[in-house]
Design a protein around this ligand. Structure first.
Ligand SMILES: C[S@@+](CC[C@H](N)C(=O)[O-])C[C@H]1O[C@@H](n2cnc3c(N)ncnc32)[C@H](O)[C@@H]1O
Ligand SMILES: [Zn+2]
Length: 191
């Protein structure tokens, strides 16, 4: 377990809990609120066993580049509460369902979340996270290119830790995305 870590978008936040965050872009327009989550039959994606890790999310319909696929939902909590909850499974201390949206707020996909929390990381992503400003900051997953039915939906988590990236740490956050461009770790390289 890293002693000090922080999400890339929360550089002042000290935590012992990794959270997905970076590689996001801010949308220019605010979408209408999702009054209801899409029912299973209306969803663009479903969960499946993944060749990358555990369960993943695959497209159940063709998805066009730029299309918004789903919202990353879950309980919105502060970092102190996120640290208290982490890890959600002591047997997997480096597993996270957190998405850090700013210095103060983390979305815990493990509480009140849906299939969106099962999206895996890839060094060669076909999706990206988009931050949308409104009454609250919301996170949407958007296709970076056309995606065929059955393709796993992946984005770059942008995990960033304050401490030095030792071989042990890199191993703890080893990436199994399988891409030719895989850098071997889910951690964002330090400059
Ligand atoms: C939000 S979960 C994704 C769903 C996960 N596959 C599951 O079954 O719970 C994030 C966790 O999945 C694992 N993971 C995701 N992408 C990975 C990758 N490219 N390589 C290795 N582990 C990965 C890591 O343990 C990470 O903390
Ligand atoms: Zn990789």
């Amino acid at each position: 377990m890293p002693s000090k870590s922080s999400a890339k978008r929360a550089p002042t936040q000290r935590s012992e809990s990794p959270a997905k965050a970076a590689r996001t872009r801010r949308a220019a327009t605010v979408p209408p609120p999702l009054a209801k989550r899409p029912r299973m039959g209306n969803r663009k994606a479903v969960t499946r066993t993944s060749s990358i890790h555990g369960r993943g999310v695959v497209a159940r319909v063709p998805i066009a580049a730029g299309e918004r696929i789903c919202e990353y939902v879950g309980e919105r909590i502060g970092w102190p509460e996120a640290l208290r909850r982490h890890p959600h499974d002591p047997e997997q201390p480096f597993h996270t369902f957190y998405f850090s949206i700013d210095d103060d707020t983390v979305i815990d996909g493990n509480v009140g979340g849906d299939f969106s929390r099962f999206m895996n990381h890839s060094c060669e992503p076909n999706c990206e996270a988009e931050l949308v400003e409104g009454r609250t900051l919301r996170v949407f997953v958007v296709a970076l290119r056309d995606i065929a039915v059955g393709e796993e939906l992946v984005y770059n988590y942008g995990l960033s830790l304050d401490e030095r990236y030792t071989p042990t740490l890199k191993k703890q956050f080893a990436c199994h995305c399988g891409s030719d461009r895989c850098i071997g770790t889910m951690l964002v390289p330090k400059r």
